[in-house]
Every structure is written in C-alpha cells, then in structure tokens.
Write a protein that binds this ligand. Structure first.
Ligand code: E4P
Length: 214
C-alpha cells in the first residue's frame, strides 16, 4: 500500500519525507489556503521535496475551465496529478485528461456509483472520503470495501486512494482491505509507529543495559 501525505504544509512534508515512507502528496484548496501562500508556489515547492504523484486541485466547476486548469497544472511539473471534483463536468474533464495522458485524482467521492463512473472516465485515482462519511454516521470504510469489490470485477486501472483519514484505524482497515493508497495527515502518520508496549519495552531494555558488565 502506498502512503501519501495529505497536507500543503512544506515543513510537515519535509519531516515526513525524512521517514522515507512517503510515496506522494495530496493537497486541496482548503489545505493550500491554510498555508497563506501562493498556490503554484506551494505546489512547485512540494514537487521539489517529494518525487512522486502530487495532487493539485482545479477550482473551476465547468468542463472548459477544468481542462484549461488541468493543462496549466500539468505544466508545473511532470509529477502533477490533477485533482478533479466528482461532478458531471468533472467526469468529462477526467475523460479529456485521460485522452491527453494527464493523470487525475477524482475527489469528493462519497458513493460506490460515483467511483464506478470515475473509473469508467479513466481516473488514475479515486478519492473516497472516509472520515467525512463517518462524521455523518455512515461507515466510511464500508464505502472502500464496496469500491474495491466493484473494481475487482472489471479491468479498471483506477487506484483506490483512501482520503479524509482521521485516525490509525482507517489506515489499518485500508491495508487489510487492500486499498492501493492511503493519504494521511501528518498527525496520523506520526501515530502509526507508536505503541505503548514498544516504549515500555525500550525503557526496560535501556535500564537493564546499565547492569551489563563493561
Ligand atoms: C484528500 O485528498 C482530501 O483532500 C482530504 O483527505 C480531505 O480530508 P478532510 O475530510 O480531513 O478535510
């Protein structure tokens, strides 16, 4: 399973990159806004830090606007994946990108039928938002299971990118289900390696090591 980091904060991205576990980065307009920086400047900087797929989202909601933005975003760096919302013009734009050889991440997916349409449009990635479904008392991980089940029946190349991850259990369940990618906030990424028994065990080993004759 590939690990992407879900942030536009270059300090976090640099720190995560030092772990050597990072396969890519996802951003969205809210994450970019949080940085208070220019959109293209941030995306360019992220591309210098991580050598992998970097998702950058279009802001247009009409087909013409989306494909214009997609072409511009693609010019920023060869690793750019154009993030497109799952609305009808977005599916058309995804199809256009597929024909042009531009990679896409179809975002804001909340149903398996939406995911089916994205795959038919040739999306490189589909981003189901599990945390936002959990927030409204729907089972986000059940959506992942449904999408994986549907994709397994056909020859779709679209990768399932689990998004809106809130905690390590989302990551564990994604891995158990065989999701292709999980994109995690820095906080969740740093929680993954933690276990209290590891800390207790290490403290004991270090304490005991003091009585080893030198
Ligand atoms: C991923 O591509 C999305 O931008 C992100 O995971 C959304 O997460 P949120 O629901 O925590 O905002």
């Amino acid at each position: 399973m590939k690990f992407f980091i879900d942030t536009a904060d270059v300090t976090e991205i640099r720190e995560a990159q030092t772990l050597g576990l990072l396969d890519g980065v996802t951003t969205n307009p809210s994450l970019i806004a949080k940085t208070g920086r220019d959109f293209k400047e941030v995306i360019k900087e992220i591309c210098q830090i991580v050598d992998g797929p970097i998702s950058a989202e279009v802001l247009s909601t009409d087909y013409e606007g989306m494909i214009k933005e997609a072409a511009e975003l693609k010019e920023i760096h060869e690793n750019i994946v154009v993030k497109i919302p799952l609305i009808m013009p977005g599916l058309q734009a995804t199809q256009w990108c597929t024909e042009q050889g531009i990679k896409t991440n179809v975002t804001l997916c909340f149903s398996a039928l939406q995911a089916l349409l994205a795959a038919k449009a040739g999306a490189t990635y589909i981003s189901p938002f599990v945390g936002r479904l959990d927030d409204i008392a729907h089972d986000g991980m059940d959506l992942i299971a449904q999408i994986l089940e549907i994709y397994a029946q056909y020859d779709f190349k679209t990768e399932v990118l689990v998004a809106s991850v809130r905690h390590p259990m989302h990551v564990l369940e994604s891995a158990r289900m065989g999701a292709d990618v999980v994109t995690v906030p820095y906080k969740v990424l740093s929680q993954l390696a933690k276990h209290p028994l590891t800390d207790i065990g290490l403290a004991k080993f270090l304490a005991d090591s003091k009585s080893i004759p030198k």
